[in-house]
Design a protein around this ligand. Structure first.
Ligand SMILES: *[C@@H]1O[C@H](CO)[C@@H](O)[C@H](O)[C@H]1NC(C)=O
Ligand SMILES: *[C@@H]1O[C@H](CO)[C@@H](O)[C@H](O)[C@H]1NC(C)=O
Ligand SMILES: *[C@@H]1O[C@H](CO)[C@@H](O)[C@H](O)[C@H]1NC(C)=O
Ligand SMILES: *[C@@H]1O[C@H](CO)[C@@H](O)[C@H](O)[C@H]1NC(C)=O
Ligand SMILES: *[C@@H]1O[C@H](CO)[C@@H](O)[C@H](O)[C@H]1NC(C)=O
Length: 349
């Protein structure tokens, strides 16, 4: 097994290095990973590709010398970046050197940092032969040769739900911190104790539900509290159905475009469809049409107004300036100097 894997790897390397134009993005290298083998952060061709070539899984740069083990759409979008759909270690990025994803002989899949510390693991075990495989629907699975499913990425979503990936009582979506920071943000999509699918702003000081609208009872928003199945999913046509009776269709309903349902960093839940001609992701449904009604939208001392694009624009109250231009959720700070000698971090509003 191990030798055939090595042979495969070797063959790939030979084939790739003999191609004159092999530089065309991260070329297809591996279809699966078996026991005793690993993917290295230092080898950009150590990437698993789904058989339809739609999805890739491997190490992805998410900051300065900070990598995540991720799944992304193989084809870059129009801005040249890849669109991530899953991250194993969003809050604990690993070093760009020596880090590895290893499928151990005991059946456990582990992610190790440069210092060999384990930052993430599937905590699985099996005596049979085990394979890590990226399926055509973007689900990364660990299964035995007799098809026992040990683990799947669909069970631990980050901020994205793909078609046919159920959201359940055990899973939730958590937004990214900002457009460029993939760490866990302040917004969550989850099934509440009353069986209703909700969006919550979970800030450092306050926590509040903003969808369905707090001033409407769930029933008035067409939801039902009586089905405790707690499952939500959308199909390949773009039809979404939840056990609380939330139901919608993509604006471009029908077979064809790739889709992804994302809890964006700004707290809105959006269904995107890929326009193949341009490589742009266009919004084909969104939870909140009034983006300024999303709690915490512009952070402390921030003001929200409606605009094109993401649907809102933030600015600071007079006398305040933005704390972090890449992350509006951090709000605004006073422009004037504080008379007392106190660092900004210690000053609480
Ligand atoms: C593309 O990714 C790079 C590196 O992460 C980032 O600096 C840049 O802002 C991204 N471009 C867009 C348009 O998001
Ligand atoms: C991303 O956001 C987290 C949470 O606010 C913060 O701790 C981290 O430093 C940020 N990362 C970068 C690269 O800005
Ligand atoms: C509860 O929701 C599930 C999943 O959407 C559905 O299959 C089932 O029929 C629902 N049950 C009732 C009583 O409506
Ligand atoms: C605040 O203090 C800093 C350093 O003491 C100074 O450089 C800055 O000009 C002051 N800003 C204002 C608005 O007074
Ligand atoms: C603030 O206080 C610290 C220690 O009390 C002192 O070292 C520092 O110089 C002070 N800064 C200013 C701007 O007064």
């Amino acid at each position: 097994m191990a030798t055939s894997f090595l042979l495969l790897l070797l063959l790939n390397v030979l084939v790739l290095s003999s191609l004159p134009f092999s530089s065309s993005s991260s070329s297809a290298t591996l279809s699966s990973l078996s026991k005793g083998s690993s993917l290295s952060v230092e080898n950009p061709t150590n990437v698993l590709i789904s058989s339809n070539n739609l999805f890739s899984s491997g190490f992805y740069p998410i900051g300065e010398n900070a990598y995540g083990f991720a799944i992304w759409f193989t084809k870059p979008s129009s801005n040249g970046n890849h669109t991530l759909v899953w991250l194993a270690n969003r809050d604990q990025p690993i070093n760009g050197r020596l880090s590895k994803l290893s499928l151990l002989k005991n059946g456990n899949l582990i992610l190790t940092d440069a210092d060999q510390s384990i930052l993430w693991a599937t905590d699985t075990a099996s005596v049979s032969s085990v394979q890590l495989l990226l399926l055509d629907n973007g689900n990364l699975i660990l299964s035995t040769s007799d098809n026992v499913l040990l683990w799947q990425s669909f069970d631990s979503p980050t901020n994205t739900l793909l078609p046919q990936q159920p959201l359940t009582r055990r899973t939730q979506l958590v937004s990214s911190r900002s457009r460029t920071n993939y760490s866990s943000g302040l917004y969550k999509l989850f099934f509440d104790d009353d069986n209703v699918l909700r969006l919550v702003f979970d800030g450092p000081e306050t926590s509040s539900i903003y969808w369905p609208d707090a001033w409407l009872s769930a029933e008035n928003d067409g939801r039902s509290r009586y089905n405790d199945t707690r499952i939500a999913e959308y199909d390949l046509l773009g039809h979404f159905l939840s056990s609380d009776k939330l139901e919608f269709r993509a604006a471009d309903y029908g077979a064809g475009p790739q889709r992804r349902l994302v809890l964006d960093f700004d707290g809105n839940l959006r269904l995107y469809s890929l326009k193949e001609e341009t490589g742009d992701w266009v919004v084909s449904w969104q939870a909140k049409s009034k983006a300024c009604r999303i709690h915490g939208a512009c952070g402390l001392n921030g003001m929200c107004r409606y605009s094109a694009g993401f649907g809102r624009e933030c600015s600071c109250l007079p006398g305040f300036r933005i704390r972090d231009p890449t992350d509006w959720s951090r709000g605004c700070e006073p422009e004037f100097n504080l008379s007392c000698n106190q660092s900004e971090e210690n000053f609480t509003f």
